[in-house]
Structure formats: structure tokens, C-alpha cells
Design a protein around this ligand. Structure first.
Ligand code: NDP
Length: 491
């Protein structure tokens, strides 16, 4: 009996039957050998003369070469955006801007399978998620903000809203196309133009999106895409833009804020999180366990609002942990393009190392670790879904954002203690509450210092609902009517 077979025999869940592979076909996606930058509606060779390879994290296979944009490339893109802003886009009636946004939304819907496959290929997330979450939500954001484009006067009555100008937008690798949609849709609806940088490891859907812009006949220069590493992002921050919208780590967010201090450039930051998912003893436990799993193992835990700290009321602790471990045994880890996969590849080697390091500290500090038996593919970056029990609040795994499929479980006795522990973090992006009582949900929601609070569900997103944080999770809101404000100036 191998070590794996031995472990599997001890799992309190049926593991005897396997799913047959159900891979999504890759041939719907055409990846170019090499990409330039998208400036003024054209593909341009980078002035830097530099490229880097982008890979598939599930196989480590190179997919394409992507431009490493330098300062001159960034200037070119910002100038193109400025020209487009001054030469008509900002003066276009809202109803006309809306037409472009509606077109983009419809093209995204039409090409959703192609985008979903590419997203999973380049980022490692399961196709089930890119197909059923990322793509529908990305299209929904464009539809939603298309609806606002000609109603800004009604959204902000008597305040005479007008566009800010050129927006520099820097996005992370966990939801590449969705973060692009969160940034570009409101900016364009308000009459701004854009220079966007996707994350270094996940540029391909942003580059495919340039094709959608052409299909939608968007005027040249309204959206410009430059690829590259952190230095390209820093170049955008230093450039002559009127607004920066950033989603990523708290560390880089702070550096950007320092850089922009004392300037006129507007700024919104959507940063890290260490959300509490709070389970009361009257919660429907089976549903709560599904919510816990969705809260932390969705997108490999690469989610800023992930429910990475589970707070369980002591009287149901044993039950919850037993049910959770059983459910973890049924999660399938593997090929992101397989339709049965629940947990795909970790986005990069660097991120995998960070997860490993933090998990080691959890063991060293004295927490008890559980990982279900799991056969991982030989190539690529993988991490087994993990839960820590016996966690003290001071442990690094209870304090720091791991950004991986790793859950830390703590307990509480009273609602007051739950609130105190939930708020005991430098972050304040999201939280979850599981209870049968509506009054308790409201009581908790009033006291939790988090931008988004889910009740009896987790990780639900809607373009009409504002999203953003408190404290070190950043400031400004994306989504909803609130999401228009950072892209507008008022009299
Ligand atoms: P970063 O904050 O470094 O990356 C976010 C984006 O900012 C990327 O496009 C990145 O480019 C760019 N960037 C990096 N440095 C700078 C800079 N100095 N100025 C302007 N832009 C910059 O996150 P990482 O990818 O390095 O991830 C590190 C950790 O951050 C993760 O382990 C996770 O804990 C957290 N994180 C949180 C996210 C969230 O949504 N809250 C999202 C991503 C990460 P490039 O890709 O080239 O580095």
C-alpha cells in the first residue's frame, strides 16, 4: 500500500470512484508567438526592445512572448490616451459612450469560451470558475456601466459630474479579465481614457481584449494596454496621468500612495485582506461548510476577500471541523482545463514559495495541519487544500494574507468575542456571517469593520454592489454607483 493509498483509506468520505477526465478543448484559442503593446488602437513594438515569456502555471509550458514596456512605452500610451480624451471621447454624449460599452459586453459574451480557456491556461484557475464566474461577471460589468454612461447627471444630481482625464490602471493576477472589467468599464462610462497594465504573469486575456476593442470599433487611444513587470506599473504611477486605480498587495499600494502624496493625481487602492468567516451555532452547518470551502478554496485562495480566518462558535466546532475535513477530501485538484477540477494551479512559482513558507511557520508556531490525500500533477505549481486548527491569533497564519488554499480556524464563545476577533486585523475588506437569525446578521454587520459582509453566503459578486476596504485593505469603492465617483470630478 502506497502512502497515498494508506491515507485515502483513512478518509471519512467516499474516494473509491474517480471522475473521468473532461478536458475543455484548447484549440478555440489562438495565442500569438509574440505581443507588442496596444497603443492608439495599434499593436506597437515596445521601444524598450524587451520581451519576456508568459507561461501556463499548470504545465510550465511557455505560451507567448510579451512586451516588457519601458518608460518611453508608457509615455507613448499616456500620450495616446490624452489625445483620445481631448479629441472627442470626453465630449461624446453618454448615450454614445454607452453604445461602445454595450458592444464590448456583447462581444465578451459571444467570445466567452475563448476567453475562459485562455484565462485558465495563463492563470491556472479552474475552467469551471473562469467560465461560470470570471467571464459572466466581466461582461456584466460592461453592461452595468453602459447603463450609467448617460445617467451621470441623475447619479449625482446638481454636482455637474465631468471626467477626470487619463486613468492609469494596474491590476493583479488573480482575476485578470474581471479586474480589467472592474477598472475599464466605469472609467469609460464616465468619459475617461485608460492606460492599463495587467499583471506580469497573466497578460494574455488583456491582450486578447484588445481584439474585442477593435471589434467594438472603440476609437483609437481610448484604451491602451501596456505589459511588463512592477517597473512598468511604477512607470504609470510616475507618468502624467490624472488618476491611478490599483488592485494588488498592501505593500505596493503603500508605495504608490507615498509616490502620489502631495500631487493632484486621484487614487483608489484595493489591497489585501484577511477576512473572518464567522459560523454561529445556529447556522445551517452543511451550507456553512459549502460557504467555508467556497470562501477559501475558490480560485486557489488567490482572492483578496477570501474567508481565510474561520471563526467557529465553540459548541459546533467539532462538527464543523469534521464536516469540513470530509468535504475537503472530495475536492479535486489538477488540470485547470478539466471541467471537474475544483482547485487549479497556483499562479506562479513565487506565489507557491510564499504559501509554502507561511504554512511552515504555521506548523512551527504550533498549529495542527490537515491536508486531504491528494495526487498532484508532476509539472506545474500546486498546493493541496490545507486547514490549520489550534491556531492562536498571534500566529502569522492568522495575521498575514497567505493568498493560497490555506484556512486558519479559530473559535469564539459569544458574539462580542466573534466581533473582537474578526476585527483584530490590520485589514478590513470583507467578512462572512452564518446564522439563522436576521437580527444577529444585522448586529454583526454593524460592528464588523469590513467593506463587504456576506450573510449565509460567501464570495458573491455583483456589478451593482460596491466593493472595497477599510484600513490596510485600501480606500475607494469599485462597482455600483459608488464605483463611478473615483472617475469623476464635481463642481
Ligand atoms: P503586487 O501588488 O506586486 O502586484 C499587483 C500589480 O501591481 C501587478 O500588476 C504588479 O506588476 C504591479 N506592481 C508591482 N510593483 C509595482 C510598483 N512598485 N508600482 C506599481 N505597480 C506595481 O502583487 P504580487 O503579484 O507581487 O503579489 C504579492 C502578494 O500580494 C500576494 O502574495 C498577495 O498576498 C497580495 N496580492 C493581493 C491582491 C489583492 O487583490 N488584494 C492581488 C495580488 C496580490 P507585476 O505583476 O509585474 O509584479
Amino acid at each position: 500500500m502506497t502512502e497515498l493509498d494508506r491515507k485515502q483509506a483513512g478518509v471519512p468520505a467516499p474516494s473509491g470512484w474517480d471522475y473521468a477526465p473532461a478536458p475543455e478543448a484548447r484549440d478555440i484559442v489562438q495565442v500569438e508567438e509574440r505581443y507588442g503593446i496596444f497603443v492608439g488602437g495599434e499593436w506597437v513594438e515596445p521601444r524598450s526592445g524587451e520581451w519576456y515569456p508568459t507561461i501556463s502555471p499548470s504545465s510550465e509550458e511557455p505560451l507567448a512572448e510579451v512586451a516588457q514596456a519601458g518608460p518611453e512605452d508608457v509615455s507613448l500610451a499616456v500620450q495616446a490616451a490624452r489625445d483620445a480624451f481631448q479629441n472627442g471621447w470626453s465630449r461624446l454624449p453618454g448615450s454614445e459612450r454607452a453604445k461602445y460599452l454595450f458592444r464590448i459586453a456583447r462581444v465578451l459574451q459571444e467570445r466567452s469560451r475563448e476567453f475562459a480557456v485562455l484565462e485558465s491556461l495563463n492563470g491556472g484557475k479552474p475552467i469551471r470558475e473562469s467560465r461560470d464566474v470570471d467571464l459572466p461577471l466581466a461582461a456584466a460589468h460592461f453592461f452595468y456601466y453602459a447603463g450609467w454612461a448617460d445617467k451621470l447627471e441623475y447619479a449625482f444630481p446638481n454636482r455637474k459630474p465631468r471626467p477626470v482625464g487619463v486613468a492609469g490602471q494596474i491590476i493583479p493576477w488573480n482575476f485578470p479579465l474581471l479586474m480589467l472589467a472592474w477598472k475599464i468599464a466605469p472609467a469609460l462610462a464616465c468619459g475617461n481614457t485608460v492606460v492599463l497594465k495587467p499583471a506580469e504573469t497573466t497578460p494574455l486575456t488583456a491582450l486578447l481584449f484588445c481584439d474585442v476593442l477593435r471589434q467594438a470599433d472603440l476609437p483609437p487611444g481610448v484604451v491602451n494596454i501596456v505589459t511588463g513587470d512592477g517597473s512598468t506599473g511604477a512607470g504609470i504611477v510616475k507618468s502624467d496621468v490624472d488618476k491611478i486605480a490599483f488592485t494588488g498587495s498592501t505593500e505596493v499600494g503603500k508605495a504608490i500612495q507615498r509616490e502620489l502624496a502631495g500631487t493632484q493625481t486621484k487614487l483608489t487602492l484595493e489591497l489585501g485582506g484577511k477576512a473572518a468567516n464567522v459560523i454561529f451555532d445556529d447556522a445551517p452547518l452543511d451550507q456553512a461548510v459549502e460557504g467555508i470551502v467556497n470562501g477559501i478554496y475558490f480560485n486557489q485562495g488567490h482572492v483578496c476577500c477570501a474567508g481565510s480566518r474561520l471563526l467557529v462558535q465553540e459548541s459546533v466546532y467539532e462538527d464543523v471541523v469534521r464536516k469540513l475535513k470530509r468535504r475537503m477530501g472530495t475536492l479535486r485538484v489538477g488540470d485547470p482545463l478539466d471541467k471537474n477540477t475544483d482547485i487549479g494551479a497556483i499562479n506562479s512559482r513565487q506565489q507557491l514559495e510564499k504559501i509554502r513558507e507561511l504554512v511552515e511557520t504555521g506548523k512551527e508556531e504550533g498549529a495542527e495541519v490537515y491536508q486531504p490525500p491528494c495526487r498532484l500533477p508532476e509539472k506545474g505549481y500546486w498546493f493541496v487544500p490545507t486547514v490549520f486548527t489550534e491556531v492562536a491569533q498571534s500566529y502569522r497564519i492568522a495575521q498575514e494574507e497567505i493568498f493560497g488554499p490555506v484556512l486558519s480556524v479559530l473559535t469564539f464563545r459569544t458574539p462580542e468575542e466573534a466581533v473582537e476577533k474578526a476585527n483584530n486585523t490590520p485589514y478590513g475588506l470583507s467578512a462572512g456571517v452564518w446564522t439563522e437569525k436576521g437580527s444577529r446578521i444585522l448586529w454583526m454587520a454593524e460592528r464588523l469593520r469590513a467593506g463587504v459582509i456576506w450573510a449565509n453566503t460567501y464570495n458573491r459578486f455583483d456589478p451593482g454592489s460596491p466593493f472595497g476596504g477599510y484600513k490596510e485593505s485600501g480606500f475607494g469603492r469599485e462597482g455600483g454607483r459608488h464605483g463611478l465617483e473615483p472617475y469623476l470630478e464635481f463642481e
